[in-house]
Design a protein around this ligand. Structure first.
Ligand SMILES: NC(=O)c1ccc[n+]([C@@H]2O[C@H](COP(=O)([O-])OP(=O)(O)OC[C@H]3O[C@@H](n4cnc5c(N)ncnc54)[C@H](O)[C@@H]3O)[C@@H](O)[C@H]2O)c1
Length: 332
């Protein structure tokens, strides 16, 4: 049995791959390293492939046969909300077109288990803070729309073949399971604040007049290692479940404000940070928190690591990268 992991050279994918390899599962990674990096993958072969290529489905069928693949974890996608608003067609081609090729290969190769990386972005800006999976989906940007369309595609494919699939709707992912696998991009609150700190810049806080205890936005931060474990729990679940499609929130149910996260970064780094407050961003909900009841009950998964652990691990990964880059600079 081999698990094919698309996007396994990325931030989250590299954690999933390492956990699977540690568990003794055979893995093959498919990635075009457009936003990932080869050196994030160890213990598994990497097949370089752009999933939007016209021959991608044929290549995937060939890879599946050569590696005896019986399950797919599909993480490969583009994930920047702002970029998706500027380049919607490209986002649809990447995230929807790429998935169409993967599902074409799934049907042809007779693969039976599938785990899909979805996002809390499918909920948009709901009228309540805590959301379970029955809350209406209403994405407010092309990125979130590509994730919702991906869920629909999966649901439809499970109706016509023996595929069993789950979609995992990630909330705010941060931290690092191993220092060398930290998030290399400054695209979420924790890495953005760390990146600005390194350049001697103050953290920027969008809005201080939300209806929350300290006026800043509240989110549900899930440790990337807990998230990776959710993928393994999903694969196990699919071994026993009948054909069909299901969605699960992956969050802790706990919440933290922007100022609380900044406070944790101060504690982890031992540095003082003076936030700069600016206007809210359009569409930003005051609070978005997962109700994880379904994943707790059905997959037996729960987020075990708290915010201080998330931030401390992100800080260690940040220091690791800076030291590594300095050492590389000194050698050059
Ligand atoms: N990071 C988050 O906070 C978050 C939150 C919700 C959902 N997600 C989803 O999780 C998944 C992984 O996110 P990440 O944070 O690890 O991002 P990432 O950019 O680090 O990883 C994505 C990986 O996919 C690969 N890839 C992208 N387009 C490809 C293509 N056309 N063909 C082949 N490979 C391709 C990239 O090279 C990269 O290795 C994505 O689907 C993302 O939408 C992430």
């Amino acid at each position: 049995m081999t698990v094919l992991v698309t996007g396994g050279a990325g931030y989250i994918g590299a954690h999933v791959v390492r956990l699977l390899v540690e568990r003794g599962t055979r893995v093959v990674v498919v990635d075009d390293v457009s936003t990932g990096a080869r050196d994030r993958v160890s213990g598994a072969p990497l097949e370089a492939l752009d999933l939007t290529d016209v021959r991608a489905a044929d290549r995937l069928v060939d890879i599946a046969e050569r590696h005896d693949v019986d399950a797919i974890i599909h993480l490969a996608a583009k994930k920047q909300v702002g970029e998706s608003m500027l380049r919607p067609t490209w986002y649809y081609r990447q995230n929807v077109g790429g998935l169409a090729n993967v599902l074409d290969a799934v049907e042809r190769a007779g693969i039976e288990r599938f785990v899909f990386s979805s996002s809390a972005a499918v909920y948009g800006a709901p009228d309540r803070a805590v959301v379970d999976e029955t809350v209406d989906t209403a994405p407010i940007n092309p990125y979130g729309e590509t994730k919702l369309i991906g869920e629909w595609m999966l649901r439809d494919v499970t109706r016509v073949c023996g595929l069993r699939a789950v979609s995992l709707r990630y909330f705010n992912v941060a931290g690092a399971g191993w220092p060398e696998l930290g998030d290399p991009k400054a695209l979420n609150l924790v890495t953005i604040v760390l990146d600005r700190m390194e350049r001697g810049e103050r953290p920027i806080v969008f809005g201080r007049d939300f209806d929350t205890p300290d006026g800043t936005g509240i989110r549900d931060y899930v440790h990337v290692l807990d998230l990776a474990e959710a993928h393994l729990a999903a694969l196990d679940h699919l071994r026993h479940d009948g054909p069909g499609f299901d969605v699960f929130n992956v969050g802790t149910g706990a919440s933290a404000s922007v100022l609380e996260v900044i406070g944790q970064i101060e504690l982890a780094s031992g540095r003082r940070l003076q936030a700069e407050f600016v206007e809210r961003r359009e569409g930003d909900p005051a609070a978005l928190i997962a109700d994880p009841t379904r994943i707790n009950a059905e997959l037996g998964w729960r987020g075990r690591r708290n915010l201080p652990e998330v931030v401390a691990s992100a800080w260690q990964a940040h220091r690791y990268r800076i030291d590594r880059d300095r050492a590389a600079g000194a050698r050059a």
